[in-house]
Design a protein around this ligand. Structure first.
Ligand SMILES: *Cc1c(COP(=O)(O)O)cnc(C)c1O
Length: 410
């Protein structure tokens, strides 16, 4: 009898007890709106901003309603114009091009490499061809490109970088917190990311002008003085009548849930690293299955795992996915013809127009993805890897037998 995995790929850990207590307190006093404070009180949303700014080392921080909202807000603060091209990775999640479109921009997709990061030569080519001045760089699934090289290239191309750190909250590149290389960084605190408040987003920047614009955009009315991690009033006085209110604030309830989780990010990264390394070890050396090498400079958060099935044909890939699913192992495939659940790719985002990234198409066709929630143990991960190994070998053997049985069929 072959083993079956009984765990859930979508079960997150509970909210820490101090987050629950703080949330109950907010519910009891009833001041959920971030600007609803009594004299001398610093609301939970404001405190969260000050604490997340300190965690990343950024001068300014703004808490908002979602990661998608954070990206749209950053783009608007950078002055994106109707129809303006905005470069982004061809391998990313639907809310990224969605944020560009919502801000009135036009997503221009850039090829990725086998390391699942943005391709610098295509970035240069697309920047020149489109005349773009903005890059929304997505650290998709936590894979970080060479950030020094990227920064230098973007400076040379006159590109302002907005970082999508939905999968790199708590990660580092060469000891620098992910999100500290670009002009602005956007994080998500949605349930499947690294801190969980159901929905939510955070923005950081060192630029006073951008910070003030984002605070005003998020819907601060004339209450921007209640933001401890924002620039001084003089910056707002210059801008406040020119920036539209596009409400997308975070509330005190979600902020209360999040604050105690900041201090847990380092420990969570370690636990995720153990799960990630366990999966990597378990999938090592399977014929036809390629692991994604991780650069030494990257301190990643292994909250998900990807592997490649280069040159596998569709029936073989779907057979592997079905066999694993039957044994409780939920794999997601970026090569599927139809988008499913959270998984889609750039050709499915038809509103962005017809674009072609053949290198990315080839890579994504063989790209398999899975979540590694912290509710998994190292034994769970070892079992999942055994099941994938078993099924990949079995399908490989069946294939070999077929080839011998029917050598005349080409
Ligand atoms: C989840 C996610 C976002 C957006 O976050 P939401 O909070 O769900 O809007 C952005 N980029 C990537 C890569 C994501 O996975």
């Amino acid at each position: 009898m072959s083993e079956v995995f009984r765990g859930s790929f979508t079960q997150q850990e509970p909210i820490p007890e101090d987050g629950i207590r703080a949330a109950l307190e907010v519910l009891r006093h009833g001041r959920l709106h971030r600007y609803n404070t009594v004299p001398g009180e610093m609301g939970e949303a404001a405190a969260l901003e000050a604490e997340f700014a300190a965690f990343t080392g950024a001068r300014y921080c703004l808490a908002v309603a979602s990661g998608g909202y954070a990206m749209g807000c950053a783009l608007r603060a950078c002055g994106v114009q109707p129809g303006e091209p905005v470069l982004t990775n061809a391998f990313t999640l639907a809310p990224v091009p969605g944020a560009i479109a919502a801000a009135g921009g036009r997503p221009v997709f850039v090829e990725i490499t086998e390391g699942l990061v943005i391709d610098f030569s295509d970035l240069e080519a697309k920047a020149r061809a489109s005349g773009a001045r903005l890059l929304l760089l997505s650290h998709m699934r936590g894979h970080v490109c060479d950030m020094e090289a990227l920064t230098e290239l973007c400076a040379r191309l006159g590109l302002t970088v907005i970082e999508d750190c939905a999968h790199t909250m708590g990660a580092e590149w060469r000891g620098v917190a992910s999100g500290r290389h670009g002009a602005v960084a956007c994080y998500s605190t949605q349930t499947y990311k690294h801190m969980n408040s159901g929905e939510g987003g955070l923005l950081i920047t060192d630029d006073a002008d951008l910070a003030a614009r984002m605070v005003l955009l998020s819907g601060s009315y004339m209450l921007y003085g209640k933001h401890p991690a924002a620039p001084g009033a003089e910056v707002f006085e210059r801008l406040r009548l020119d920036i539209p209110n596009v409400s997308g604030r975070m509330d005190n309830l979600r902020a209360a849930v999040l604050r105690p989780q900041i201090a847990l990010l380092a420990e969570r990264r370690q636990r995720w690293a153990a799960l990630y390394r366990g999966m990597e070890a378990g999938l090592q050396g399977i014929p036809g299955l390629r692991l994604v090498p991780r650069p030494e400079e990257e301190a990643y958060v292994g909250s998900s795992f990807q592997f490649l099935l280069p040159d596998w044909e569709e029936p073989r890939i779907t057979a592997l996915l079905a066999a694993c699913a039957a044994r409780g192992v939920e794999l997601k495939w970026f090569g599927a013809g139809e988008p499913a659940a959270f998984t889609s790719r750039y050709v499915h985002w038809r509103y962005a127009g017809d674009q072609s990234c053949p290198q990315t198409d080839r890579i994504l066709f063989g790209l398999v993805d899975m979540r590694l929630p912290l509710t998994f143990s190292e034994a769970d991960v070892a079992q999942i890897a055994r099941i994938i190994r078993d099924e990949a070998l079995r399908i490989g053997q069946a294939e070999a037998v077929e080839a011998v049985a029917a050598p005349q069929v080409q």
